[in-house]
Design a binder for this molecule. Structure first.
Ligand code: FE
Length: 362
């Protein structure tokens, strides 16, 4: 009998799950990263699924915990920025320990697919949980939630009747009143990408230029900071993802709750191209060593129970229609969303960044 070397358990101590709320803002959190150099786990080892995640909200940790309780499969997470994780997957190639790649942008999901980093999955459960429009046509990634990038406004100083479209934010009426986070945010890059797709480069550039001309301040902070700046009187309107309104209203910090209560949510472009919506999703990596477990996790994350948790804890829109919505989302009602291929958000990303640089969006 061949003597086997005893391998250290895979990724021991690399459970770095969503300690920082809000995605994309934090640096890769890889405490105990040394142990991740360990050799592949022995067959007798515990069942695991290893995630590279650019999605790190508090609800994610709760979901993984529940999944482990139900299946006995341990979930290990390495958090990082999407582009860093994609580079890492490329670098690691066949030797990667990652089974799943999670991120919050349809364009990035498609980039991972185009780079050959993902593989198709076949699952009746996933197909039933998630409508086709929220899945990659080749099933290389599956949507987990959607998010709308809307206009939020000061309830004190703005009437919703004054609002209409993203384009209108460039009109003289909003001079010095518009707040938005920096152009480095993928949320803004994809918003502008959607305009390139829908209206063409020229119009997209015009919009970016007009928005910059109306800014209340040089872009800084994250989405929630824009809402806080409205309440502080820096500006009157801001571009923001809807779930951050829910997170503010349900914050442990009374000041944040006050901010949430002081702003209104407006879904723009209802009579035109619709409100910009992006998708958060997951794809099984091409060289996954635990594919079955990875598929099981996607099935779980898209199931009614997990989807209800996602929308009630993080206020994103579920992809599974069986999820129960929280009162806040019910109060917003239904809205018209942009009808574009999520893949296009990635296809126009470089152009969007070029436009932002050209028009002085810091
Ligand atoms: Fe976010």
């Amino acid at each position: 009998m061949i003597k086997r070397k005893l391998f250290a358990p895979l990724l021991t101590g690399v459970v770095a799950v969503g300690l920082l709320a809000g995605c994309g803002a934090n640096k890769a959190n890889e405490s105990g990263a040394n142990s991740e150099k360990s050799e592949p786990t022995a067959k007798t080892a515990k069942q695991v699924v290893n995630i590279y995640s650019a999605r790190n909200y508090d609800v994610d940790a709760l979901l993984y915990k529940k999944f482990t309780e139900q299946t006995g499969i341990k979930v290990n997470v390495i958090d990082g920025k999407a582009e860093e994780l994609i580079e890492r997957l490329k670098r690691e190639g066949e030797s990667t320990q990652a089974d799943l790649f999670l991120t919050v942008d349809g364009g990035v999901l498609n980039n991972a697919k185009q780079a050959g980093l993902l593989q198709p999955v076949t699952s009746e459960t996933i197909n039933q949980n998630v409508p086709k429009k929220f899945r990659d046509p080749d099933n290389e990634w599956t949507g987990l939630s959607t998010r709308a990038r809307v206009i939020v406004y000061s309830k004190e100083r703005v009437k919703p009747e004054q609002l209409s479209t993203y384009e209108d934010l460039t009109s003289p009426a909003w001079k010095g009143k518009v707040l938005v986070r920096p152009s480095s945010s993928l949320y803004n890059q994809s918003l502008l990408s959607s305009f390139v797709e829908l209206n063409g480069e020229e119009k997209a550039e015009e919009w970016s230029k007009g928005l910059v001309a109306n800014l209340a301040r040089t872009p800084e902070g994250n989405d929630r900071d824009q809402a806080k700046a409205i309440v502080a009187g820096v500006g009157d309107v801001a571009l923001m993802n809807t779930y951050y309104v829910g997170l503010l209203l349900n914050s442990d910090d009374p000041e944040e709750v006050k901010v949430g209560q002081s702003i209104g949510v407006f879904f723009p472009n209802q009579d035109t191209s619709g409100t910009h919506v992006n998708i958060s999703g997951a794809g099984v990596t091409k060289h996954s060593k635990n594919k079955e477990n990875a598929v099981k996790l996607i099935e779980f994350l898209t199931g009614a129970e997990a989807q209800t948790m996602v929308t009630n804890e993080n206020f994103e829109f579920p992809v599974n229609a069986k999820a129960e919505l929280p009162e806040l989302l019910k109060s917003w009602g239904t809205f018209k969303a942009q009808q574009i291929d999520f893949n296009k958000l990635g296809a126009h990303n470089a152009k969007a960044i070029e436009i932002m640089n050209k028009t002085g969006w810091k």
